[in-house]
Design a protein around this ligand. Structure first.
Ligand SMILES: [Zn+2]
Ligand SMILES: [Zn+2]
Length: 277
């Protein structure tokens, strides 16, 4: 499988010369094997994915972790939704209060957006998920609710012997009373355990996190502890706080890893990065 990052910024797009290296678009990953295409989240990064998409792809599966605006804001700008010859499947978390279809309709309606969902030339097929396991082409997918305001899923995607785990929005400190001492009781553990590549929320430095406890995101320090607990092979820290510049992100990573050894690779995720398994 081939994985490409089209956006890894959190909460709000953050274009600008100070963010060239890590990029400004919000959450969007492309996962491909031949003609099978999975798209994880529809943040602002999905707009460019739509523009550069291989024309041979006729079926697209978009898996939303949750409905916060930074993970859905690109949907209306995703060109394949205006092409009736492409089949689009939209997956997202179920909720006890409202159907996924109604929640997606809210985005495609006044005063937020000029085109209604029903008026799109392409009528996406909606799939509600909870603690689910299913297959799409060569991918085996498992979803599970994780700790973040509102129903939010983490995804574990297996392709042959390789596993990718994706939890862009996840507050580890609030996910377990005993973090990081209790693997079975740590939110997201089953999604990430022994993954080859984990994309995980690490929006803040620790001092930034202390000002934002309960907002749904994690400090880089906790993200690294979680990756260690789950025995992953590589951690890509995701959902960068929009006001953190390239220089600050490098500095946060340096402060968290300098002088320590970990049994796995750690990086700050960069828009445009490609991973092949
Ligand atoms: Zn987010
Ligand atoms: Zn969120």
């Amino acid at each position: 499988m081939k994985v490409k990052v089209w956006g890894c910024r959190g909460s709000l797009p953050a274009p600008g010369p100070e963010n060239i290296s890590y990029g400004g678009n919000t959450s969007c990953l492309e996962i491909r094997d031949g003609d099978t295409l999975l798209v994880l989240d529809a943040g602002s990064g999905i707009q460019r994915l739509g523009r550069f998409l291989d024309k041979k792809v006729k079926v697209i599966h978009i898996l939303l972790t949750h409905l916060h605006i930074d993970h859905t804001m690109g949907l209306g700008f995703f060109a394949p939704l205006y092409n009736p010859d492409v089949e689009v499947h939209l997956y997202g978390p179920s909720s006890s209060s409202e159907s996924l279809l109604n929640r997606i309709r809210k985005y495609f309606s006044a005063p937020l957006f000029p085109v209604r969902l029903a008026d799109l030339p392409n009528h996406p097929v909606i799939h509600e998920l909870d603690q689910s396991e299913f297959e799409i082409g060569p991918f085996r997918i498992k979803s599970e609710f994780i700790c973040h305001p509102g129903p939010t899923l983490g995804y574990r995607i297996q392709h042959g012997a390789n596993v990718l785990a994706y939890m862009p929005d996840h507050e580890l400190q609030l996910g377990s009373a005993n973090f990081p001492l209790d693997p079975e009781w740590t939110s997201g553990f089953e999604i990430a355990v022994k993954a080859d590549l984990l994309f995980h929320d690490g929006a803040y430095s620790f001092s930034q996190y202390e000002q934002k406890v309960g907002w749904g995101h994690s400090a880089v320090r906790d993200t690294i502890q979680f990756a260690q607990l789950c025995q992953v092979k590589k951690l890509s820290i995701f959902h960068h706080e929009p006001t953190n510049t390239d220089e600050q992100l490098d500095e946060i990573l340096r402060r968290n890893v300098e002088g320590k050894t970990f049994g796995f690779e750690i990086e700050m995720c960069k828009e445009g990065s490609v991973y092949e398994f």
